[in-house]
Design a protein around this ligand. Structure first.
Ligand SMILES: NC(=O)c1ccc[n+]([C@@H]2O[C@H](COP(=O)([O-])OP(=O)(O)OC[C@H]3O[C@@H](n4cnc5c(N)ncnc54)[C@H](O)[C@@H]3O)[C@@H](O)[C@H]2O)c1
Length: 214
């Protein structure tokens, strides 16, 4: 059991379904849907409408029956219940091949937030909108970085340490690094490195050693 904000004891199974509902509701919100019936939501999340109605009964008064639930209201409630901010403003540095692919994807499964702007040093890209994301000059990083932004995705090829230092100065505390280049960060800054090549190498190594044992 988990006690929620309405001081109701929520069964564990119900609580575990909250992120599933939130993801579906955020998707609906993105598509401009304002109200949703439990039956419609049931089809999206593959959970019985009766289970949904029971799960929602722990959330307090959600309005008149038969009229559908307010998507906005539910998103707010689930955000609160889960105690996380799924609206991270993420910046991307390096609007090249990989950067573009990430901007094109930019749905982040409707749960983590989205890339709000990109930075590059290439004059031909500055001022463009790529998949709806504006690209600014890296020279304007300090002026353009959105307030409250803590996460940066790094997809550049040059000057990594210098760029990281500037990002940290601007308040970035989390970096998703695709560059595979070594750089230092001060304490309190978290770096998650994504390296497809290393993953393939590990995979080859593991599958070779498994085959040797067999
Ligand atoms: N981790 C992985 O699995 C993986 C896979 C592919 C590529 N990469 C790496 O990702 C990075 C990007 O690859 P790509 O193919 O998109 O390269 P790319 O050349 O297509 O794009 C790089 C972009 O970054 C910009 N740039 C470079 N240095 C900059 C700086 N200091 N400040 C601002 N903008 C800068 C360039 O102008 C360009 O637009 C490379 O470091 C590459 O090695 C990693």
């Amino acid at each position: 059991m988990t006690t929620n904000n309405n001081n109701k004891n929520v069964p564990k199974a119900t609580f575990q379904r909250y992120p599933v509902y939130l993801k579906a509701l955020r998707k609906l919100k993105k598509h401009g849907v304002e109200r949703v019936m439990s039956k419609e939501l049931a089809e999206l999340v593959n959970i019985e409408p009766t289970t949904i109605r029971r799960d929602f009964s722990f959330l307090g008064n959600l309005g008149k029956q038969g009229y559908g639930y307010s998507v906005d209201r539910l998103v707010d409630i689930f955000n609160q219940q889960l105690g996380v901010d799924f609206d991270e403003k993420i910046i991307l540095v390096g609007a090249g091949n990989l950067g573009r692919a990430l901007m094109n994807y930019n749905k982040w499964d409707y749960v983590v937030g989205e890339i709000v702007c990109a930075f590059d040093r290439d004059e031909s890209k500055i001022g463009m909108e790529l998949y709806g994301v504006p690209v600014y000059s890296i020279d304007e990083l300090e002026e353009r970085i959105p307030s409250g932004c803590h996460i940066a995705i790094l997809t550049i090829t040059h000057g990594v340490q210098n760029t990281v230092d500037r990002l940290v100065e601007c308040g970035i505390t989390g970096i998703i690094d695709f560059t595979s280049k070594h750089f230092n960060v001060p304490k309190g800054v978290v770096v998650k490195s994504v390296d497809v090549v290393s993953s393939i190498q590990e995979l080859v190594f593991e599958s070779n050693s498994m085959n040797k044992k067999a």
